[in-house]
Design a protein around this ligand. Sequence first.
Ligand code: ATP
Ligand code: MG
Length: 480
Amino acid sequence: MNPHTVDLQRIERATPPGAMLVVGRIRRAGGAAYLVGGCLRDLLLGRPVKDWDLATDLTPKELRPLFRRVHEVGARFGTLLVPAGGAVYEVTTFRTEREYSDGRHPDGVAYTRDLTEDLRRRDFTINAMAWTPGAAGIVDPHGGLSDLALKRIRAVGEPRDRFREDALRLLRAVRQATELDFRIDEPTFAALREEAAGLRRVSAERVRDELTRILQAPRPSRGLRLLRETGLLALILPELDATFGAPQNRFHAYDVFHHSLYTADAAPADDLIVRWAALLHDIAKPQTAAAGEGETERTFYGHQVLGARLARRILRRLRYSNEQVERISHLVYHHMFYFQTEWTDSAIRRFVRAVGLENIPDLIALRLADMAGNGRRGGDRTPMHRLLQRVEEVMQKDAALTVKDLAIGGHDLMALGLAPGPGFGRILRALLEQVLDHPELNEREALLAEARALAARGVHLEPDAHERGAGGGRRSRDEG
Ligand code: ATP
Ligand code: MG
C-alpha cells in the first residue's frame, strides 16, 4: 500500500459510529484516541474487522468518568471495554512494556503519553500503525503500510528480541501469515527458526487458540507448512511432523504430511471438527505401514483405530473440550468406511448405528475432503451424495437403531421369568441385530416370542460381542 494512496475517506466511512462516539468523548476530555492494531490493518485491507482496538493517552482512571458503562476486565493492564453503538471498544492506555523475564508476561505495565512508544511494543509492522478520525494520514513509524502492500509479516524492531520477549508472537506470525495469505519477511522468518524453542513457554490453551485460527483460515496448509519449516510443528504437533516424507501407496500422489494438509484445505473452513479430523485422519499411518507386494502396495491396516487414539491424545494435550475431542477422534476412527451402492437397507442401518446419525454429514464431508486431498484420482463425489440420500431414505422408514428403540424392554424380559442382570442386555442386543435386518420384527409380540427362543438357546448366559469390546475398523486396503 503506497502511503500516498491510502483512501482515508474510505477508512472513515468504514469506521462505525460507536468508534466515532468513543473517540469524540476522549477528545472533548482533552485526550487523544487512535484506531490501532488489527482493526486498522483490516480496515486498510478491506477485510471484516474482528475486534475494535482504540489507544489513548488517558489512563483508566481518567477514562472511567467519560462513559456511562465500562467493563473492567483488563483494567489492570490499562484496558477498559466500552460498549457503544452496539459494539464493544477495547480502549487501552498507551503503554510500554518494561522487562520481560520469562518470555511470557511483561513484568509490569507502564503507561506513557507517547503514541510512538506504544506502537514500538507491538508485534508486527502491519499491526503497529495508528489513525485517528479526521487525520490526514496514518501514523506509521515502522513501515506497516508498505508491508501491507507487499503482503509481508515483519517484526517491529529486532525480530529475535521480539520473539524472546514474548514467545506467543512465534505463532501469531504464522497465524497472521496464514489468515492474510502474507509471506513472512526473511529476517523475521530466520528469527522464528532460531527462537522456535521458546514456544515451550506458551500455554497449551494459547497454542490451541492459534492452531484453531490456522485451521479456520482459507488454506491451513500454508500455516502448517510454515510451522514445519520453522521447527514449531515438532514442538506442538510432533505426531504430524513425523508424517513428513512418510510414503504412501499407489492410491496417493503425496506423502502423508502433504495429503493431510491438502485434506484439511479441502474440508469446509467453517467446520473446525471436520478440519481437525481431516488433518489427523492418517496420523497413525507411519506406525501402521507394512510392506505389501512391492513399494507401491504398502498397507496401513488399523491406522484409523490407532489414529483415533493418537488424535484423542493430541487434542486433549491441546485442551480442546471433551466434546470436540470425542467428535474428532470418532471421525478419524470411522473414516475408512467403504460404501457401495449395493449396500442393503440393513447395511445402511448398521452404518448409521456404528457412526451415529448426527455424525454422518461430517463423515461424508471428511471423505470428500480426503478424496480432494489425494491428488491422484479425479474422485467421483456421487457415491457420497448417494450414501447421504440412502441414509435419509432409510431413516424415513423409522427403523429401530438402538436397544432403546426396541418395542420391548427389560421389564418384559422379567415378565418372561428371566433374572435381571447382564443377560438382559445380551438378549436385547441379539434382538436388535435381527431388527436391523428385518425392521418389521420390531413389534411387541414378535419380539417376545423371539426373546423366549433366544433365552431357550441360552443366549443370555454367554458374553456377547459388545461385552468382548468388539469393534474396530474394517481391515481393508487403504483407499481412504
Ligand atoms: P486479530 O484480532 O485478527 O486476532 P490482532 O492483530 O487485532 O488480530 P489482537 O490480539 O486483537 O490481534 O491484538 C490487537 C493488537 O495488539 C495487535 O494488532 C498488536 O498491535 C498488539 N498485540 C497483540 N498481541 C501482541 C503480542 N503478543 N505482542 C505484541 N503486540 C501484540
Ligand atoms: Mg484484534
